[in-house]
Ligand binder design. Structure first.
Ligand SMILES: [Fe+2]
Ligand SMILES: [Fe+2]
Length: 293
């Protein structure tokens, strides 16, 4: 990987670490998402990827932080990285508890094994490659987080506690969406590798999300129901469907002048940006978490 000499950018936001006051140990319905098998199993699949994936993000950011020169202009970024690590570590813990319930419900987490094998294979790569992969996942996550906070229909009818888990995670992903990217830029990461790894991540993520969802639906006994297929089609293609709402924002990452703090989508009149949506959710739901740092 060749490095350019682009000026480093830093985030000016303070990142708080919040402990969620939601108890998942009492379990939740198999079809916690409003009785809808597809939606429940799709979001369950995403949750299954988080503990291993987020540990990888933490590790890749940490190993590259060690390569960042000690300089006053990086102090803000260093502080943001500590917040990033704290937030991702809390996400891992909560999704670990969530996934324990899924295991008790009889679902099998294949995604974590696929991810672990891939991470092992990346051991000989230059650390910047792993950081580029993290940046790519962070953008996918930020687009998904924006949808979670923006379109109430994505979680209509879902168990209250699960809505809280997903929206808390979405808010923090929005807050720290620029951190890994800013580190990549500060270390001179180039556009070509950023885009190559993004393509790889888009393909891998899409395939693994599909395969884990199908596995979950099969274990759940709801794979071949008409209602499952109908729900999947509606979720992807209906009003505020994922495909309509996410494709454009996902494509923005290919732009040479892309930065995570740019609006996820061209803002419509009177529409809030992602950061405003996250701040709004966090202040309206302050009784559901405790700030620990
Ligand atoms: Fe996260
Ligand atoms: Fe993240």
């Amino acid at each position: 990987m060749t490095h350019n000499t682009q000026a480093p950018e830093t985030t000016g936001r303070e990142l708080r670490v919040r402990k969620l006051e939601v108890d998942l140990s009492t379990g939740f319905d198999r079809h916690w998402h409003g009785g809808d098998a597809f939606r429940s199993m799709y979001f369950n699949a995403l949750s299954m990827s988080f503990p291993v994936g987020e540990q990888f993000f933490i590790d890749s950011v940490r190993e590259n932080l060690a390569r960042l020169p000690e300089a006053p202009e990086h102090e803000e970024l260093r502080a943001a990285i500590q917040g990033f690590i704290g937030q991702e570590a809390t996400h891992r813990r909560v999704h670990g508890l969530y996934n324990e319930q899924l295991e008790q419900q009889g679902l099998i987490n294949h995604w974590q094994d696929w991810a672990r094998r891939r991470i092992e294979r990346s051991a000989g790569f230059h650390p910047m490659h792993r950081l580029a992969v993290t940046c790519a996942y962070e953008h996918c996550t930020a687009v998904f987080a924006d949808g979670t906070l923006r379109y109430p229909s994505w979680f209509d009818g879902a168990d209250e506690r699960m809505q809280t888990v997903w929206r808390w995670h979405a808010s923090e992903e929005t807050e720290h969406s620029a951190v890994a990217f800013d580190l990549y830029q500060a270390l001179g990461g180039n556009h070509a590798w950023r885009v190559r790894w993004y393509l790889f991540v888009l393909l891998t993520f899409s395939w693994e999300a599909l395969a884990q969802t199908v596995s979950n639906l099969r274990r759940d006994g709801s794979l071949w129901r008409l209602s499952t297929v109908w729900s999947a089609l509606r979720f992807a293609l209906g009003r505020d469907g994922m495909l309509w709402r996410c494709t454009g924002p996902l494509m923005q990452y290919f732009r040479r002048d892309f930065h995570p703090e740019q609006p996820i989508r061209a803002p419509q009149a009177g529409e809030a940006g992602s950061q405003a949506l996250a701040a709004r959710w966090l202040s309206a739901n302050a009784d559901r978490y405790r700030v620990i740092r």
